[in-house]
Design a protein around this ligand. Structure first.
Ligand code: TMP
Length: 403
């Protein structure tokens, strides 16, 4: 494989096997023509960058029916409100904002009824249309050099370019940073929060690795990449979203903004656990293999006891777990989900039927595998009756546990 920044060859250190598109929920009659690729990962020493080898075309991933709505989680609505409030320290009343991957407008909605001019770039039409209905300026395009020619007022005039769980989706980081360079004001900031390599490694949450997550960043990786584009990393703020994310704050190298103490603190920690070099990769691979063995063993044990097993939430992450561990409908009877686009369909690759979450209690599963483990708190609050009725949860990070 080739490093996506240097173009130099890197040897993948691990394969998760044949994978379908993580969000490629499908009908029965589409099983035969389902698309698969090999999910392999590698590490670039130069940029300390964890990256996928092969990944499907982004048009396959972000299409007119992208089945994810930020506003499907109350926790995420609250998170984006806090994110928006926090970002105001970089803004004045006449600032301009651009959000990348603005989805259904959950973040930008917080700037409505202000003088701040905010626009979102959202390549998936269905979610972009929802944002428009909310009165948000949503451009149904990818954020790149080719798509900003008509944004004259924003050129070198945007105080905040931001995103959440989006930069890791963008294959061409060179084009991305060059686009940011064209738009960012002299003292503006580029802020993004993404699943964090430190959390993936510590929790062994390998399910963050799927086609849409082309990169899993760390502080050290972003500081090196920023420097390559005459930018500097000035803050690192850990986030609890997506099972452990990091917010990166980057500005122009010659900006007067000072660097927070967090940057050195977190980067020193990353160096201590070898996230800046490929030494951690071997451990990570071993941990994934152990996790796979333990999860499969526990599920087979439960099935042999005739337990009815449900998957809770058809998450994109679960596509990696189900396909890497070879778990199908012979083990997991069904998955419940709240998203209309997923209900009535089958999970990618593993072909487990997805049913409406409204049927969750009626179906009385003995055990529910918590695929949306990053939303555990919200789900436990919601599903008290299930537990009260004797239902059990199965979680698998950092280790397999039935409770
Ligand atoms: P994601 O992890 O790929 O973002 O997908 C989250 C999925 O989980 C989405 O389809 C909605 C679903 N979900 C539920 O079904 N119930 C819940 O309580 C939560 C928080 C999410």
């Amino acid at each position: 494989m080739k490093c996506k920044i240097t173009g130099k060859k890197i040897i993948p250190f691990m394969s998760f096997g044949k994978m379908p598109i993580a969000n490629g929920f499908l009908n029965k009659n589409d099983f035969k023509k389902e698309f698969f690729y090999e999910l392999k990962v590698g590490f670039s020493e130069k940029f300390s960058l964890f990256q996928l080898d092969e990944y499907p075309s982004i048009k396959k991933m972000f299409h007119k029916n992208y089945p994810f709505y930020t506003s499907s989680s109350n926790y995420m609505i609250k998170h984006f409100k806090e994110y928006a409030n926090w970002s105001k320290k970089y803004l004045n009343s006449k600032s301009k904002i651009i959000e990348l991957g603005s989805n259904d407008g959950t973040f930008l909605k917080n700037f409505k009824n202000t003088n701040i001019e905010a626009i979102g770039f959202e390549p998936s039409k269905n979610v972009s249309d929802i944002a428009k209905k909310k009165g948000i300026k949503s451009i149904n395009r990818f954020f790149n050099l080719e798509n900003i020619s008509d944004l004259k007022d924003f050129k070198t005039n945007t105080d905040l370019i931001c995103g959440a769980n989006v930069v890791c989706h963008i294959p061409d980081l060179i084009n991305l940073f060059n686009t940011v360079d064209k738009l960012l004001s002299k003292d503006g900031v580029f802020v993004f929060e993404e699943p964090y390599l430190g959390s993936v490694y510590e929790k062994n949450s390998y399910d963050q690795i799927y086609d849409e997550h082309i990169y899993i960043f760390s502080g050290v990786a972003i500081s090196k990449i920023a420097a390559e584009f005459d930018l500097k990393l000035i803050d690192l703020i850990p986030q609890s979203t997506h099972g452990g994310s990091m917010r990166y704050v980057v500005c122009r190298k010659n900006s007067k903004k000072s660097q927070s103490k967090n940057v050195n603190k977190i980067i020193s920690y990353e160096k201590k656990i070898n996230l800046d070099n490929s030494q951690f990769c071997k451990n990570f691979k071993n941990n994934c293999e152990i996790s796979k063995k333990n999860l499969k063993k526990k599920l087979i044990e439960l099935k042999n006891q005739n337990k009815k097993i449900c998957g809770y939430a058809a998450t994109s992450k679960s596509t990696t777990v189900l396909n890497y561990c070879n778990i199908g409908p012979e083990i997991i009877d069904f998955i419940t989900d709240t998203t209309p686009e997923k209900i009535g369909k089958y999970s990618p690759g593993s072909h487990i039927p997805i049913i409406d979450h409204k049927l969750f209690l009626k179906e009385k599963p003995d055990v529910s595998v918590l695929f949306a483990w990053n939303h555990a708190k919200e789900i436990m609050n919601k599903e008290k009756i299930y537990k009260f009725n004797g239902g059990k949860w199965l979680t698998f990070f950092p280790r397999v546990k039935v409770w």
